[in-house]
Design a protein around this ligand. Sequence first.
Ligand SMILES: CC(C)(COP(=O)(O)OP(=O)(O)OC[C@H]1O[C@@H](n2cnc3c(N)ncnc32)[C@H](O)[C@@H]1OP(=O)(O)O)[C@@H](O)C(=O)NCCC(=O)NCCS
Length: 167
Amino acid sequence: MPVLRQARVSDHGTIIACVQQWWADSRTPAQARELSLLLPKLFLQFFSGTSLVLEDEAAGIRAFLIGFHAADNDEEAYIHFVGVDPKLRGQGAARRLYTAFFQHAAEAGRTEVRAITSPGNTGSIAFHRAMGFSLESGDREVDGLPLHSDYDGPGLDRVCFYRKLAL
Ligand SMILES: CC(C)(COP(=O)(O)OP(=O)(O)OC[C@H]1O[C@@H](n2cnc3c(N)ncnc32)[C@H](O)[C@@H]1OP(=O)(O)O)[C@@H](O)C(=O)NCCC(=O)NCCS
């Protein structure tokens, strides 16, 4: 059973290597590299205190969550990226990471968690629904899914999730 611990800045290289390995089957090497660009070192330099990893003594990091508490208000927390080793998926690893993040955020006085994903990431949408997130109304709907058009730039539509927290 992997152990849950706070992330450290020294995990950065391993996390980048994990992303490139774990997505190797579903993406080209160039796409996997592009994905790893979502995780510049700054996330671990400045948000390791709110980010988490699941670590096996033998196999090393098996899952991670990069998240933070908003600097611009006292209410929100945000989950930027979660990844689970494909061999460990479907066994509650991401649920463990999210549950710990929710608890730490609530203890710090945060009342809401937010996250986003791409409209095509059906696994992520199902996962966030299972974790109690609601989908924020968008400017249009496709197949019943509320979309925020051009959210991250031209053509980069997103689905936006929010979930209330209680202690
Ligand atoms: C999405 C992801 C993080 C889920 O991790 P996981 O460890 O397999 O998820 P868990 O086993 O903790 O599942 C928690 C709940 O979500 C549901 N769930 C998880 N993945 C799902 C999927 N692909 N389809 C449907 N439901 C899913 C589970 O059924 C479970 O529900 P339950 O507890 O009510 O039974 C993992 O598949 C992953 O790393 N995907 C690629 C990266 C990604 O898409 N990240 C999110 C966007 S940044």
